[in-house]
Design a protein around this ligand. Structure first.
Ligand code: HEC
Ligand code: HEC
Length: 318
């Protein structure tokens, strides 16, 4: 009996030592580094590209990076669940000391695709990656960063380093990893194929699916359709004021957009109104820059999605 007890005590001790060692490893290793891919790229911008990049940035970058001076000088992302740590979006203005004025076009491209900075530092999922954005869209965003638009002019607000939590470090060990550079240039589908173009908008240009699927933890950025509950909604979001809500089911099931018309959808996208007249709340953004073709294509694509039966508690009374 004594022998058994001694063995059990020994095993418990061993488990404790392993757990402590593992925790120390995760803690001190921090966010991993990777080799940054070198991309030779010089964006040849014209005014159409800058305007297009500004339109994309208005829904893809500004809400996280716009700081107290109105430029993309960074801010605390207080709406993120505190489990991720204290996260600050960086100053990405043209400042050479505090922004990205010294980065090459290729370095910005490489970070946006793979999540790895020129010094090898990996940025966890609170900075999104854009593996499916077309070359033209991506280069337009870079053209916007380099342009004479007021929001990207140099701001000398210094960067505040993010303090990732243990959970973030742990997730970087098991789930959040560098995304490989695309093997081939990403080309937009022809706009005459509305469904293919609509899919491109949802997974590539506007990244609707990470929010509108079941959970960020089951996000599959390499193969978007393999994301858990793809486009079926129910992902819990924290708004800027700290209130919480779930994303809507966008599949054509009756618990989603089943009874909707294309006009209802256009009204939701452009005027942030649901079919029942309720105002859509953040973090859903008004996408008022969408063209008619973009709205039509996304709608045609959504109609082709497998129906997911998921009644989302929309908490309209909040
Ligand atoms: C969901 C919020 C969010 C969105 C959207 C977002 N970013 Fe970021 N970004 C961050 C955070 C947070 C960091 C800093 C992370 C850190 O320091 O660990 C960051 C870092 C960066 C950096 C690195 C800067 C540096 O010096 O380290 C660049 C460049 C950048 N973002 C560009 C962009 C661009 C361009 C877009 C739009 C296409 C964009 N980001 C969209 C949150 C966001
Ligand atoms: C940052 C997360 C996020 C992103 C990105 C996002 N949405 Fe949303 N969306 C939400 C949330 C949250 C709601 C619910 C808002 C509410 O209940 O007030 C919502 C609601 C909607 C609704 C209303 C549905 C209904 O039943 O009322 C539509 C339509 C919609 N989103 C479409 C889109 C499309 C299309 C895209 C991409 C172009 C997109 N969303 C991108 C978070 C997001």
């Amino acid at each position: 009996m004594k022998k058994v007890l001694r063995l059990v005590a020994y095993l418990i001790g061993l488990v404790v030592v392993v757990v402590v060692a593992f925790a120390a490893f995760v803690h001190f290793r921090g966010i991993p580094k990777y080799e940054a891919d070198k991309v030779a790229l010089t964006v040849k911008a014209d005014s159409a590209m800058v305007a297009h990049g500004a339109k994309l940035a208005s829904v893809q970058c500004l809400h996280c990076h716009r700081g107290s001076d109105g430029k993309v000088s960074g801010r605390p992302l207080s709406e993120l669940p505190p489990d991720f740590g204290k996260v600050y979006s960086a100053n990405i203005t043209q400042s050479k000391t505090n922004g990205v004025g010294n980065w090459t076009d290729g370095e910005i491209y490489s970070l946006l695709r793979t999540g790895v900075k020129p010094d090898g530092q990996f940025l966890p999922n609170y900075m999104p990656k854009f593996p499916h954005m077309s070359e033209y869209d991506m280069q337009s965003v870079i053209a916007w960063l380099r342009s004479d638009r007021p929001e990207v002019q140099a701001s000398e607000i210094p960067k505040v380093p993010t303090e990732p939590s243990f959970l973030t470090k742990f997730l970087c060990l098991v789930a959040f990893k560098k995304i490989p550079l695309p093997a081939q240039p990403v080309v937009e589908p022809d706009t005459t194929d509305l469904v293919a173009y609509g899919r491109y908008l949802v997974v590539g240009r506007y990244d609707c699916y990470p929010c509108h699927s079941a959970d960020f933890k089951t996000l599959n950025q390499e193969f978007p359709e393999k994301t858990g509950g793809y486009m079926g909604g129910g992902n819990l979001m924290v708004a800027l004021d700290g209130s919480q809500r779930y994303t809507a089911n966008l599949t054509p099931h009756e618990t989603g957009l089943g009874g909707w018309t294309e006009e209802d959808f256009a009204n939701a996208m452009r005027n942030a109104k649901s079919k029942n007249g309720q105002a859509l709340r953040d973090p859903m953004l008004p996408y008022n820059g969408l063209s008619d073709l973009e709205v039509k294509a996304m709608w045609q694509y959504l109609l082709t999605l497998p129906k997911i039966n998921n009644t989302v508690d929309r908490k309209w009374e909040q």
